[in-house]
Design a protein around this ligand. Sequence first.
Ligand SMILES: [Fe+2]
Length: 246
Amino acid sequence: MRYFIFTDIHGNLEAFHSIIKFSLRRKIDHYLFLGDLVGYGASPNEVIQKVRTLKPISMVRGNHDKAVCGLDSVQTFNPIAASAIFWTQRHIKKGNKTFLSKLKKGPRIVHRSITLCHGTPFDEDFYIFGEFDAAEAFLHISTPICFFGHTHFPFVYTKKDNFVEGTFLAGDKNEFKLEKGTQYLINPGSVGQPRDRNPKAACAIYDSKAKKVQIFRVEYNIKQAQKKIKEQNLPFALAERLSVGI
Ligand SMILES: [Fe+2]
């Protein structure tokens, strides 16, 4: 099976279009989504409609999805993120809000071999920002591989003989083979709001037969996404950060 894994789109339709186009040029059996369809970007409705056409076999919700549909408060959000949540709440269509409210809480297990979560398998809102957090997460994973999002940084953590090691996945293409006896915790990076100083949209392909994971960065029309954010009077910083990837 070849899985296409994507996360943290955050209402950025231009970035989302670009990774979908990228996926359609490759052989993909299933789409897997790790949360945060909305928040920050100016196209929440279009992103939700588009994700539905892909028919992912599994999707988990993100903290922004929860906040927009009222399942969580914005208390933990910074002022800019909170103001984007309020804007999204005012603009989201009823049916799309219902769709967000029905997204499943992670973790979810796919084909008895892949775990999906937004933050971590033990807490959907917790951030994995280092080996200590990853070690805690590994205690809650029963599959050889787990994909997570939330931090917007492409990263792989491995656990072998109780030793956890993390590697930042720099550059526009990374590829690694999965080794027997090693467990993997992988963040493909964010589609719509990368924060690793690489502004290109991020996504991953996992080939379970070849036991190979590839992380890709794909160019998209950043100017168009920024224009929409500015036109909607969303915080200016949300547009600016896209061109630098922070
Ligand atoms: Fe996010």
